[in-house]
Ligand binder design. Structure first.
Ligand SMILES: CCCCCCCCC/C=C/C(=O)SCCNC(=O)CCNC(=O)[C@H](O)C(C)(C)COP(=O)(O)OP(=O)(O)OC[C@H]1O[C@@H](n2cnc3c(N)ncnc32)[C@H](O)[C@@H]1OP(=O)(O)O
Length: 263
């Protein structure tokens, strides 16, 4: 079941995109430039998300700006999914870097106020939006990199785990992890499997059962993140890393992912 996850998410969305007449944009090798000229950039912004697209590289930076902590409210989730869908439909976009505009916080996870004292209808709508966002991100046919420039508990961590690669600021004060058990939430299967796929069975068991939050160095040791860099280098490193990933021709990077190819 675990290995089916990413494949299922991609399949579900590729089916939907195919119905819209959209096919993979991953073409051959592209000459990528690390620096942009202003006319090569385009930006679109909604109240909670800023999307900056570099047409010369095919790399978009999606910046979350939902103060105070980038919590995943219904409005935020909806804007996020729409932004990602637009990028998915943009044949020029091949990679998305996900980051935060807020100091010290990547995302605090689900907005707890959306789950408190709300009607069953609202809760249903909210949970649907959560799953929609997860499907879009985890199943994206673009390369996705989380540039984690602050703490990222619970759903914030899961958002980063849904990306292909995670780069975190090496600030020991920042923490990341799936601490839902501490909050009385039992992890659904897709949530557990996403962690198992990333850190392996034993680390996932400990992490989930104890609801552990890891410091940045411990997150690297556990494999929860792939790379630590100085705080002011998180975004530039994400761009360089994305350039390497996009240099892999065609869909090989996605097709070579064991989570996809073994299922
Ligand atoms: C891919 C798809 C994925 C899909 C994802 C699917 C996930 C499924 C399961 C996930 C479950 C969850 O995420 S449940 C949510 C779990 N999240 C948490 O428990 C996070 C708790 N928050 C924190 O740890 C901290 O706030 C942290 C983020 C580190 C920031 O600390 P700071 O000291 O800088 O700031 P604070 O003073 O604590 O918080 C500032 C204000 O923000 C509010 N705040 C903090 N967290 C909040 C939150 N989650 N929702 C609403 N509001 C929050 C506080 O109440 C404060 O409000 P004022 O007092 O008014 O100023």
């Amino acid at each position: 079941m675990a290995t089916l996850l990413k494949h299922s998410a991609k399949y579900a969305l590729s089916g939907r995109l195919a119905r819209l007449g959209v096919h993979s944009r991953h073409g051959g090798l592209q000459c990528l430039q690390p620096r942009l000229l202003p006319h090569q950039r385009s930006a679109s912004t909604s109240s909670k998300i800023l999307v900056e697209m570099d047409d010369s590289t095919g790399i978009a930076v999606l910046t979350m700006k939902n103060p105070p902590v980038n919590s995943l409210s219904l409005d935020f989730l909806t804007e996020f999914s729409i932004s990602l869908e637009k990028l998915e439909l943009d044949r020029g976009c091949r990679g998305v870097i996900l980051t935060s505009a807020l100091p010290k916080i990547f995302s605090a996870g689900l907005d707890i106020m959306e789950m408190y004292g709300k009607s069953p209808e609202h809760c249903g709508e909210f949970w649907k939006a959560v799953q929609e966002m997860w499907l879009r991100l985890y199943g994206s046919s673009m390369i996705t990199i989380a540039a984690i420039n602050g703490s990222s508990p619970a759903g914030g961590c899961l958002m980063a785990l849904a990306c292909d690669y995670r780069i975190m600021a090496e600030n020991p004060k920042y923490s990341i992890g799936l601490n839902e058990t501490q909050l009385g939430i039992v992890a659904p299967f897709w949530f557990k499997d996403t962690l198992v796929n990333t850190v392996g069975n034993r680390a996932a068991e400990l992490s989930l059962q104890l609801g552990l939050l890891y410091s940045a160095p411990d997150a690297l040791r556990t494999g929860l993140v792939d790379l630590l860099v100085p705080e002011d280098k998180v975004l530039s490193t994400a761009s360089q890393t994305m350039t390497q990933w996009l240099a892999i021709p065609g869909e090989n990077a996605i097709g070579s992912n064991p989570r996809v190819s073994s299922s």
